[in-house]
Design a protein around this ligand. Structure first.
Ligand SMILES: Nc1ncnc2c1ncn2[C@@H]1O[C@H](COP(=O)(O)OP(=O)(O)OP(=O)(O)O)[C@@H](O)[C@H]1O
Ligand SMILES: [Mg+2]
Length: 353
C-alpha cells in the first residue's frame, strides 16, 4: 500500500460536484503537483487531505491509517497557504514554534527545533523580527519552517509562490524542492503555473473541472499528453482543424496539405473531422534535416523571445509557430519568403477532445 492514498474522492457543495472520483497514490518522499486552471478543484482536494473539508465520498489513508474524517489537528499534516498567514503579533521564532507549543512539547525541545528550522531556511539574522519586517519571500520561508517544525507526515503547499515576483519565485521553488528532498518529506504542491509544476515535481496531476486528466512525470506530461486539454495547458501548442484521409497509414489533411501522424487513428473513418497538434519546437527547416513531414510554407512573422526565436509559418491555409534556439549566427529567412519546414510523424498529435 502506498504512503498516502486518496481513493475515489468526490466533493460536492450543494448540487455542484467540484471534485469527481479523484484517485491518487503517493509514495513516501514523493513530490506531486496538482496543476490546473482556476476553479478546477485543486485547493478543495488539498483541503480534504488537510482535513479542512470532509469528502462527500471516498477515503484517504496515510501510512495505513484512515484519516478521511479526522480533524486537521488529529492528522499530522503541515500546510502552507498562498497568503503567508503568519501570526502578525509573533516573531519569526514564535511563529515557527507555535504548532509545537499547541502540542504542549517541552520548552527546551521547542527552542531546539525552532533553531534547527531557522537555520534550515537561513533566517538566523531575522529570528526576532515580526512578519511586517520581512519580505514576502522571507515570510513564505517562515511559513515553510512553521509547517515543517511539527514533523508532518505530509507537507501541503497551496500556491505558496504566487504572490512573489518572478525571480524570487524561481529561487524559492528550488529551495523548497531542496529542503523537501533533504528531509525526504512527502509533499503535494498546488499550482496553475505549468513551468513551476514541470520544474519542481516528481509527478504531476493535471486537473480540469473537477476531473483528473492525466497523471505522470513532467517528461511524460509534456511529451506524451493524452488529451487535448493537457497538451494545451502544458507548454505551447499549435492546433489546426483537419480531416482523416487514411486511418491505416495515419494520413490527415490539414486544409489541403497532407500530414502523416504516428498517433493511432485506426478507429476513425476517412473524412472524420479531427484536430492535429504540433509543439512549436518540433518543427525545423528542411535545410537542417528532412523528417517524415516535409511541408511548403510561407514565413509570416518572426518574434525574438531571447533564448528562443518564434517563427510563424503558413502551411496551406493553417498558421503554425515554429520555435528555434537563438544563436548569434542564426540565418533567419525573410518575412514573405517561401521555405520548407519539417517534423516527424510522432510530432503530429491527434488527441482525444
Ligand atoms: N465552500 C465552498 N462552497 C461552495 N463552493 C465552493 C466552496 N469551495 C470551493 N467551491 C467551488 O469549488 C470549485 C473548486 O474550487 P477550488 O478552490 O478547489 O479551485 P482551485 O482549483 O483551487 O482554483 P484556484 O486556482 O482559483 O485557486 C470552484 O468552482 C469553487 O467556487
Ligand atoms: Mg486554489
Amino acid at each position: 500500500m502506498s504512503y498516502l492514498s486518496i481513493s475515489h474522492i468526490t466533493k460536492q457543495f450543494g448540487d455542484t460536484v467540484v471534485v469527481d472520483d479523484f484517485n491518487l497514490d503517493v509514495e513516501k518522499g514523493e513530490f506531486v503537483s496538482f496543476l490546473g486552471p482556476s476553479g478546477c478543484g485543486k485547493t478543495t482536494t488539498l483541503r480534504m487531505v488537510a482535513g479542512f473539508e470532509i469528502p462527500t465520498a471516498g477515503r484517504i489513508t496515510l501510512d495505513g491509517a484512515d484519516i478521511t474524517e479526522k480533524a486537521p489537528n488529529q492528522r499530522n499534516v503541515g500546510m502552507i497557504f498562498q497568503s503567508y498567514a503568519l501570526f502578525p503579533n509573533m516573531t519569526v521564532a514564535q511563529n515557527i514554534g507555535f504548532g509545537l507549543g499547541v502540542r504542549k512539547e517541552p520548552k527546551e525541545m521547542i527552542s531546539q527545533r525552532v533553531e534547527e528550522m531557522i537555520s534550515l531556511i537561513n533566517l538566523e539574522k531575522h529570528a526576532n523580527k515580526y512578519p511586517y519586517q520581512l519580505s514576502g519571500g522571507q515570510q513564505q520561508r517562515v511559513s515553510l519552517a512553521r509547517a515543517l517544525a511539527i514533523h508532518p507526515q505530509v507537507l501541503l503547499l497551496d500556491e505558496p509562490l504566487s504572490a512573489l515576483d518572478a525571480k524570487i519565485r524561481v529561487s524559492l521553488r528550488a529551495e523548497i524542492r531542496a529542503i523537501q528532498k533533504k528531509l525526504g518529506i512527502t509533499a503535494i504542491f498546488v499550482t496553475h503555473d505549468q513551468e513551476e509544476a514541470l520544474s519542481i515535481s516528481d509527478r504531476i496531476v493535471v486537473m480540469n473541472a473537477g476531473l483528473m486528466e492525466q497523471v505522470g512525470t513532467p517528461f511524460e506530461i509534456y511529451n506524451f499528453p493524452q488529451t487535448q486539454f493537457v497538451a494545451n495547458f502544458v507548454g505551447s501548442l499549435n492546433t489546426a482543424n483537419a480531416e482523416v484521409s487514411d486511418p491505416v497509414k495515419g494520413l490527415v489533411n490539414v486544409n489541403g496539405v497532407q500530414f502523416i501522424t504516428a498517433s493511432d487513428i485506426k478507429s476513425r473513418k476517412k473524412g472524420d473531422a479531427i484536430r492535429v497538434s504540433v509543439r512549436p519546437e518540433r518543427f525545423s527547416f528542411v535545410s537542417e534535416e528532412k523528417k517524415d513531414n516535409v511541408l511548403d510554407c510561407v514565413i509570416e512573422n518572426i518574434t525574438f523571445l531571447g533564448s528562443v526565436v518564434r517563427i510563424q509559418v503558413r502551411i496551406g491555409e493553417a498558421k503554425f509557430n515554429m520555435d528555434t534556439f537563438n544563436n548569434p549566427f542564426l540565418d533567419l529567412p525573410k518575412i514573405g519568403s517561401k521555405e520548407q519546414v519539417t517534423c516527424s510523424k510522432e510530432a503530429v498529435l491527434v488527441l482525444d477532445e
